[in-house]
Design a binder for this molecule. Structure first.
Ligand code: CDP
Length: 218
């Protein structure tokens, strides 16, 4: 069976950074499942559609041609790599991610990333729904204050102005929405390792995941 490492956790926990480094170190493929929900949100914004209009959103989903190409994300021939990273898009992504039809639509696309020699997948429901067979599941989190600070530094380093109190408020709202929705809510899988990175460096978090992986892959 192709090995999958599922890394789930709340917004701005740093799981994307950790997952990408782990994938590179192991020579595995990498799936940023949040990018898919952001792509849907971006398309809805571009079309000026109502975020609750499931019928139109379903029609829109059928028209999206998504390609991941050497670090770039191309949707219907448009490069959306940077545009989907806005806070606006993240917020809308968390709203449309609650729609059952959107999750259903993205399921097989996510599963198609599972290819040899292996996959590191990051998201909210990688270990619980998309890859329940994952050989290693990690629930990676950090305190809300630390996450707000990390998001703040990330935005500032990109030259985007930010307010830490607003970011903290957004993180609380996003956590609440992701954890309380009916469809695939964010929760720790019963067989997942818990990793609180509040006081860890990226390298320490990566090493911990690699240690767990080497223990199960023998
Ligand atoms: O960057 P951040 O961690 O805030 O979010 P992301 O990983 O880019 O995902 C954006 C939104 O998509 C999240 O707030 C979730 O609501 C949703 N999502 C999801 O429902 N399931 C996933 N597997 C990944 C993301």
């Amino acid at each position: 069976m192709i090995p999958v490492i599922a890394i789930d956790g709340p917004s701005a926990s740093g799981k994307g950074t950790v997952a990408q480094i782990v994938a590179t170190k192991l020579g595995f493929h990498y799936l940023d499942s949040g990018a898919l929900y952001r792509i849907v949100a971006f398309a809805i914004q571009q079309e000026g559609m109502d975020e609750a209009d499931e019928t139109r959103i379903n029609q829109l989903l059928d028209t999206l041609r998504i390609e991941f190409n050497l670090g770039s994300i191309i949707v219907n021939k448009q490069d959306v790599t940077e545009s989907i990273r806005s806070e606006e898009c993240g917020k809308l992504a968390s709203k449309v991610a609650a729609l059952r039809s959107v999750r259903q639509h993205l399921l097989s696309l996510q599963q198609s990333f599972c290819q040899t020699p292996g996959l590191v997948a990051d998201g909210r429901d990688m270990g619980t729904v998309v890859f329940p067979q994952a050989i290693l599941k990690v629930y990676l989190t950090a305190s809300a204050n630390v996450r707000a600070e990390r998001r703040y530094n990330q935005l500032i380093s990109k030259g985007i102005s930010a307010n830490i109190m607003v970011l903290l408020q957004d993180i609380h709202e996003r956590d609440f929405r992701d954890q309380t929705r009916l469809e695939s809510p964010l929760k720790q899988a019963a067989d997942a390792h818990f990793l609180d990175t509040s006081a860890l460096t990226i390298d320490q978090a990566v090493n911990q995941v690699l240690i767990w992986y080497s223990a199960v892959s023998k």
